[in-house]
Write a protein that binds this ligand. Structure first.
Ligand code: NAD
Length: 330
């Protein structure tokens, strides 16, 4: 059986990546859509052959409970809407994939996890890099201490924002924050999965050059995560710099990726030389894996708890920026 996925929010990521990936998946397919824009309902319905009975808007969304074609709801909305639609989907009896960052803060993540647990539905986060071979190799090299113990990490992720100055990404109420929420989450993830440990403390600072465009949200953030054993992971995120690397120093050598976090074109090096792994359709692998986990009743490698751990780090980074002090991650 192939599981039916309904995408909620038909913006850039749904249209540019997820819907095309769902043409390649084997365990799941694009069965439905949820959109507030009637013209998108029309064009998507034609393009992807989606029957009218599988098209919903944000108001009648809860009646998706009665639709056996939809097994999984994939929330691809502005961050402030992740919690509401994850909980409504679970209450409608659907498994959920929620995009990154999971929610506005860790408290919301806890509510989402609890709602899915209560409804006995699986929840996963759109962490596509857990399925990407170069990133999986970073996990292996770091966690299995192939080059000895990891001694430090350096990572950054960001892009130069040239989009709509009124977009949700720049509105605090909708996005929760700026470059840190959107891009920094990859560097935090990368640090965590290269080590296989959880950070205890963080110290962070913020830098802003464009006060008009980034009036409401952070532009560039620098942080230092302290892991058990005193291992430090330096990180930075930005809406005004093109970064995308993950570099790990271990006792017997350095390994890393650059570009590290894109949809493709990922390159890596280790003491053994250049990494030689295929570029895959990360989104297709991610969604197929989740469908397989549901069908086989196995846990996903990217559950809600994984999203919440990153949100705890992000919460502590914002606390540290505000206090000017090293903050405990709780
Ligand atoms: P987008 O702006 O392109 O799309 C957002 C969609 O939400 C639009 O269709 C819009 O109509 C809809 N929407 C509903 N209510 C809205 C409101 N009040 N304000 C604004 N839009 C509203 O954004 P996107 O780039 O597709 O991002 C959506 C989610 O996907 C975010 O959580 C983002 O972080 C995530 N994302 C993940 C990846 C990844 O690689 N995993 C890549 C891009 C985006």
């Amino acid at each position: 059986k192939r599981l039916g996925i309904a995408l909620v929010g038909l913006g850039g990521y749904s249209g540019g990546q997820l819907a095309p990936a769902l043409q390649e998946t084997k365990n799941c397919y694009l069965a439905g859509i949820v959109t507030g824009t009637p013209s998108k309902a029309d064009s998507w319905s034609k393009k992807y052959n989606i029957p009218g009975k599988n098209i919903y808007n944000y108001n009648n969304f809860d009646s998706i409970a009665d639709n056996p074609d939809i097994d999984i709801v994939y929330v691809v909305l502005p961050i402030s809407m992740h919690k509401e639609f994850t909980i409504r989907a679970a209450q409608a009896g659907k498994h959920v994939i929620c995009e990154k960052p999971m929610a506005l803060n860790a408290g919301e993540c806890a509510e989402m996890i609890a709602a899915c647990k209560k409804a006995n539905r699986m929840l996963s986060i759109g962490y596509r890099l857990h399925f990407e071979p170069h990133n999986i190799e970073m996990m292996r090299l770091g966690q299995k201490e192939i080059y000895g113990k990891v001694t430090s990490i350096d990572t950054g992720n960001g892009f130069t924002y040239r989009g709509d100055p009124n977009a949700w990404r720049l509105k605090k109420a909708l996005a929760g924050g700026g470059g840190l929420m959107d891009m920094g989450v990859y560097s935090i993830q990368g640090s965590r999965y290269s080590l296989g440990k959880e950070p205890l403390f963080v110290k962070a600072t913020e830098e802003k050059t464009n006060h008009e465009l980034f009036r409401e949200v952070d532009e560039t953030v620098f942080w230092e995560l302290e892991f058990p054993g005193g291992i430090l992971a330096k990180g930075k995120s930005s809406y005004n710099n093109n970064w995308g690397y993950l570099k790990v120093k271990a006792e017997k050598g350095t390994f890393g990726l650059e570009p590290a976090f894109g949809y493709g074109g990922i390159r890596g090096n280790s003491p053994a030389g250049e990494m030689n792994f295929p570029q895959i359709n990360q989104q297709a692998f991610q969604m197929d894996d989740f469908a397989r986990c549901i069908l086989q009743k196995k846990p996903t490698r990217v559950p809600g708890e994984e999203g919440m751990r990153d949100m705890k780090v992000i919460d502590a980074i914002y606390r540290s920026i505000a206090s000017g002090k090293r903050e405990r991650i709780v």
